[in-house]
Write a protein that binds this ligand. Structure first.
Ligand code: HEC
Ligand code: HEC
Ligand code: HEC
Length: 252
């Protein structure tokens, strides 16, 4: 069993931040200032709305940091105080290159292009950002190249080529498959796509999951409800893109 950890999507952290802002009494927020200084203030304060990789992977000149950090703090001064802005600035400027090195040292290679895609492309945003777009193979090539230009240390030329080929192939399948639109409109509403893309199952396995999701959607979220016919189309698509044979046949 291959297990890799993916950075969490935007949904859960967003919800957690919302609740912490609503329910944390201001004394607790003050209280964390002292203890958090020993930990990393960046880790504590800057990882709720986006990944830490989003902060470090994209190179920027030193003199742009104060403005960026201030802009982030302005979103909610109760979450990031003026005092913390100073400390975060010091922390980022002094640890930035070590952080980038640690991130790139962690880089793993995957024979399966889908795992490579999930790993590289969920570093700054959820893969939903990718799955929600319908693009032609040529447009995917261009998008991947643009993303790579923002994170060259993280996505090698070869990685980019393999990911563009994967997305082009997926685009071809989705173009011919009616399940594609339904998958996008129903399955990416509640959780980040990583959660789905990392699973591979045969038809029975996908049927069980989609049936369970249908019940969860029916009971919890009217806008995400879907019928029997739609469920069948989603299952067919998932068997095609994430069926058991894809475990044996890496690459592409
Ligand atoms: C309340 C949510 C929130 C918090 C907290 C937050 N950010 Fe952001 N950050 C955003 C949003 C929204 C964007 C812009 C959308 C995007 O590109 O992901 C962004 C983008 C960025 C970017 C890249 C874009 C740019 O303008 O350069 C950097 C770097 C960044 N944040 C750093 C930080 C740092 C450092 C902290 C902690 C001090 C932090 N963020 C805390 C919401 C937040
Ligand atoms: C270093 C951070 C970073 C990495 C890594 C990254 N992205 Fe992005 N991505 C961004 C930012 C920032 C935006 C929003 C601004 C923009 O569109 O350039 C974005 C937007 C997007 C969009 C929506 C805009 C569009 O052009 O349709 C897609 C699709 C996308 N990324 C795909 C990918 C893919 C595929 C990968 C992996 C090859 C990837 N991203 C890796 C930072 C990143
Ligand atoms: C209304 C919200 C909602 C929608 C819509 C939804 N899911 Fe889920 N999904 C969940 C929840 C909640 C869980 C966690 C269930 C658990 O822990 O028992 C989950 C878990 C999963 C899992 C993990 C495996 C498992 O059995 O728990 C997979 C895979 C998955 N969903 C795929 C899908 C697919 C495919 C679709 C589209 C047909 C979909 N989801 C639509 C809420 C949803």
């Amino acid at each position: 069993m291959l297990r890799i950890s993916t950075p969490h999507g935007f949904l859960l952290p967003g919800i957690l931040l919302f609740f912490s802002l609503v329910f944390l009494p201001s004394t607790t927020v003050q209280g964390t200032v002292e203890t958090a200084a020993k930990v990393s203030l960046v880790d504590v304060k800057c990882s709720k709305c986006h990944t830490l990789r989003r902060i470090f992977l994209m190179p920027r000149p030193e003199n742009e940091w104060p403005e960026t950090i201030q802009r982030m703090a302005d979103k909610n001064p109760q979450w990031i105080s003026a005092e913390e802005v100073k400390l975060i600035e010091e922390e980022i400027l002094s640890t930035r290159s070590d952080r980038v090195k640690a991130i790139t040292d962690e880089r793993q290679d995957y024979d399966d292009a889908r795992l490579l895609f999930i790993d590289r492309c969920s570093s700054c945003h959820s893969v939903n950002r990718v799955l929600l777009k319908a693009k032609t193979p040529a447009e995917w090539k261009e998008t991947v190249e643009r993303m790579r230009s923002e994170a060259r240390d993280w996505i090698s030329k070869e990685d980019g080529d393999r990911i563009a080929a994967l997305l082009a192939k997926r685009a071809e399948i989705l173009k011919e498959d009616k399940g594609g639109d339904i998958f996008v409109s129903k399955c990416l509403v509640c959780h980040p796509g990583e959660r789905i893309l990392l699973e591979t199952h045969d038809k029975t396995g996908w049927q069980a999951i989609v049936t369970k999701m249908r019940a969860i959607a029916r009971d919890n979220l009217p806008m995400a409800r879907f019928g029997n016919e739609e469920a069948k189309m989603i299952v067919d698509l998932l068997v095609k893109t994430q069926g058991p044979e894809s475990r044996k046949k890496p690459g592409g």
